[in-house]
Design a protein around this ligand. Structure first.
Ligand SMILES: [Zn+2]
Length: 244
């Protein structure tokens, strides 16, 4: 397994990834409803079964196909960071995780790295075999790489959905220690040799957090408000994505 991550993309914006293991595939994040069709197509064409879905976090645009895929295969393992177990249920996922994850755990070949901030139990995954870092929404690569705490008017949803902006920046800095060859974020294209861009993004986020307290207060308030709104907002969020 030397190549770039196998990215499944919906509406040009929402990513999930298939990771090949000896026993079959691990799906990192499960996108929006409908992703199951792409997954089933690849499973059929490769003859490799889907063994597990492991989530970076419990937001609706990352667990959309969990219920359908689990209903099709009751043996499917579902994994999520410990602190996001409750969030998953609150946001409308009917499937209960089969395992919860903490920093340092392994999911097949993937090393679990706790990266709380965007959500309380957010995790990243690192695959040493090809150097792929599946970073979820700590970094967002739309329209260019930035930390989720930094508002982009092109694609503001990850910033609005961020639980704790300051903690997100600290988690992003932590990921600079990982010798990533690929950065596979939750939104936007995969980056090759991403560390210089990741470092620039972290430094920009730290600068803006050290600066005026106003953006910090606005981001915090918007984040809290959005978490209330999005807890009832799966359909709305999907409508927004469909427009893209
Ligand atoms: Zn997301």
């Amino acid at each position: 397994m030397k190549g770039a991550p196998l990215r499944l993309v919906q509406y040009g914006l929402v990513n999930s990834y298939l990771v090949a293991e000896d026993d079959g595939f691990t799906l990192v994040d499960a996108g929006l409803p409908g992703l199951e069709r792409s997954v089933k197509r690849i499973v059929k064409s490769t003859g490799r079964p889907l063994k597990r879905i492991t989530l970076t976090h419990g937001h609706t645009d990352h667990f959309g196909a969990v219920d359908t895929l689990k209903a099709a295969d009751p043996h499917l393992e579902i994994l999520v960071g410990t602190e996001d177990r409750r969030l998953l249920a609150e946001r409308g996922c009917r499937t209960l995780p089969t395992h919860v994850l903490k920093d340092g755990d392994r999911v097949g070949s993937l090393l679990v790295i706790a990266t709380p901030g965007h959500s309380p139990g957010h995790v990243a995954y690192y695959d040493e075999r090809n150097g792929a870092l599946y970073a979820g929404d700590t970094f967002v690569n739309v329209p260019r790489l930035h930390v989720a705490s930094e508002l982009s008017m092109v694609f503001p949803l990850p910033t609005f959905g961020t639980h704790d902006p300051a903690q997100t920046v600290r988690s992003a800095r932590l990921l600079l220690d990982i010798p990533a060859r690929f950065l596979a974020a939750g939104h936007g294209p995969v980056l090759t040799d991403p560390l210089p861009a990741m470092r620039r993004a972290v430094e920009a986020a730290e600068r803006s957090r050290d600066g005026s307290p106003v953006p910090r207060m606005v981001a915090g308030a918007v984040g809290r408000l959005t978490s209330v709104v999005t807890s009832a907002g799966t359909a709305l969020q999907q409508r927004v994505f469909r427009k893209h």
